[in-house]
Design a protein around this ligand. Structure first.
Ligand SMILES: Cc1cc2nc3c(=O)[nH]c(=O)nc-3n(C[C@H](O)[C@H](O)[C@H](O)COP(=O)(O)O)c2cc1C
Length: 212
């Protein structure tokens, strides 16, 4: 399978507002989903969960939940990402079971790592923690889709209650974002007007522009 090189992936990826019909083949979708699992995750807890929506009636409901954003109804696949606000302790428990036989204990001992991980999560508002993880996973998915020749648009403006109802999500679900995947109808997207590095990056202290 041909993959676009990384520098082209980063420069050429665009977020289309309109998609055409053809859905990504199952193999492509599988690769995109796997890429999400490779995303960095604090202590490998992986709190992000995903629902893949292909059913056209459900996509129409998601479009309404997204204040009629056309790309949500048009894209043949929409991935909805959420996290469970009340389940992070269980997730930590699964990631670091305390009943591991002594001979299988590596340097990352669960009895020392689990309290440290717990402390990290407790110091961060849970919504922030969940949004951070979903964003990392979605970025991996978006770049992988682009490398495979498919377009994506990330959507964060929607009514989370309608999305949760449409997909029967659990009551503690924090719906973070949706990712529309398909083929853009138009390749005539406007050029990026990227700011130069020295507008965004400072050297050693704020106010000293990066001149590299
Ligand atoms: C965090 C985030 C949230 C976004 N939310 C929406 C959204 O709710 N609706 C939408 O149409 N596009 C959304 N987008 C897509 C952006 O509008 C789009 O990425 C931006 O216009 C830049 O275009 P480009 O991705 O083609 O460079 C979002 C993008 C990001 C990164």
């Amino acid at each position: 399978m041909h993959l676009k090189p990384l520098h082209r992936v980063l420069v050429e990826r665009r977020a289309p507002q309109h998609f055409s019909d053809p859905p990504p083949p199952d193999g492509v979708l599988q690769m995109i989903l796997h890429a999400g699992l490779q995303a960095h995750s604090a202590y490998r807890v992986q709190p992000a969960r995903f629902v893949v929506v292909r059913d056209s009636r459900k996509r129409a409901r998601l479009r309404r939940a997204a204040f009629n954003e056309p790309c949500v109804g048009e894209a043949p696949v929409v991935i909805v990402a959420f996290g469970r606000r009340d389940q992070w302790r269980d997730a930590l428990g699964e990631a670091f079971p305390l009943d591991v036989p002594a001979e299988r204990l590596g340097t990352n001992r669960p009895d020392t790592v689990r309290p440290r991980a717990s402390d990290t999560v407790e110091r961060t508002p849970i919504r922030v923690w969940l949004h951070r993880h979903v964003t990392m996973a979605f970025t991996c998915m978006m770049l992988t889709a682009e490398a495979l020749g498919w377009d994506t648009t990330l959507i964060e403006r929607f009514d989370p209650t309608s999305v949760a109802t449409t997909l029967s999500l659990p009551t503690d679900a924090e719906v973070v974002a949706m990712l529309a995947i398909g083929r853009a109808t138009s390749v005539d997207l406007p050029e990026h007007d990227s700011r130069s590095l020295n507008h965004l990056v400072y050297s050693e202290r704020y106010g000293e522009p990066w001149e590299g």
